[in-house]
Design a protein around this ligand. Structure first.
Ligand SMILES: [Zn+2]
Length: 271
């Protein structure tokens, strides 16, 4: 599943090129997770002003309105001059004067939704509950620590919930907790300021590194130039069950937390 770094890498790969392009046509071939929310023709002639990211949504600001894009479970975006004929899983094309933005999404959990403005209900329904962006100055330690103190759920679940800090998915939550030396099952409310500080730093480190390396390698992920086969983020714990911890050699353990696999080192992450 594309996580925040993959979405950010996708954004970086086409944001500059699509800026100030005019929309020639829009075509939704098969229904995605949610309807487009406007007639395809209505977008014709509008201009793309910028591409922002909020959580795992890409926001294409138009001269009038905006498009919210989500990659769902298996989506990838390609922006190219010569897109070729659409394949069976290419469900959305936006042809512009600078190239064609195409959403490839075998499982169709992705979405492209039009909103008249960011404050409108259709956009707020998707964006309104999102927590603070972890790679911005808005992600401050005091508020993060207070948020942990207020939640009694296991810390990993709190990270995944996305209302305290957004975009820390399963892989990055496991990795950040390892770097901070915190057991994923520890109740968030029991994490003191010093450990919260380590976790705060670890979340930013792991996400920044993933963005720099082009996102972790995911089966269905490719960036908007259609490239796949990204550098694999060298995981410390994620996906390494029974393999020796890179720090202490103890076999990495795997448990289930809320239907998701969690990986940790019982020695490096004692509590
Ligand atoms: Zn270890």
């Amino acid at each position: 599943m594309p996580e925040l770094p993959e979405v950010e890498v996708t954004r970086l790969s086409f944001a500059d090129r699509i800026k100030d392009a005019q929309i020639v046509s829009v075509r939704m071939r098969k229904p995605l997770r949610w309807p487009l929310g406007c007639a395809e023709d209505m977008l014709q002639g509008r201009w793309v002003r910028s591409v922002r990211r909020r959580g795992k949504y890409l926001l294409l600001d138009l001269d009038d309105g905006l498009l919210l894009l989500h990659l769902g479970m298996s989506g990838s975006l390609a922006f190219s001059d010569m897109p070729g004929l659409p394949g069976v899983h290419d469900h959305f094309d936006m042809v512009t004067t600078r190239g064609t933005l195409r959403l490839h999404d075998p499982r169709r959990f992705g979405a492209v939704v039009f909103a008249a403005e960011e404050a409108s209900p259709v956009a707020q329904k998707l964006l309104g509950h999102l927590g603070v962006e972890p790679l911005t100055d808005a992600f401050g330690l005091p508020a993060f620590h207070a948020g942990l103190r207020a939640r009694s759920a296991p810390v990993k679940q709190v990270l995944l919930a996305g209302d305290l800090v957004v975009g820390v998915g399963n892989i990055y939550a496991s990795e950040a907790l390892f770097l901070a030396g915190i057991r994923p099952t520890t109740r968030a409310s029991r994490i003191g300021l010093e450990r919260a500080g380590r976790l705060h730093r670890a979340i930013q480190d792991v996400l920044r590194r993933a963005v720099q390396q082009g996102g972790s390698t995911l089966r269905d992920f490719s960036n908007a130039q259609g490239q796949s086969g990204y550098f694999q983020l060298e995981a410390m714990v994620y996906g390494r069950e029974n393999q020796p911890c890179r720090t202490c050699g103890t076999p990495i353990q795997s448990i289930r937390q809320g239907q998701r696999a969690t990986y940790f080192c019982s020695r490096c992450q004692r509590s």
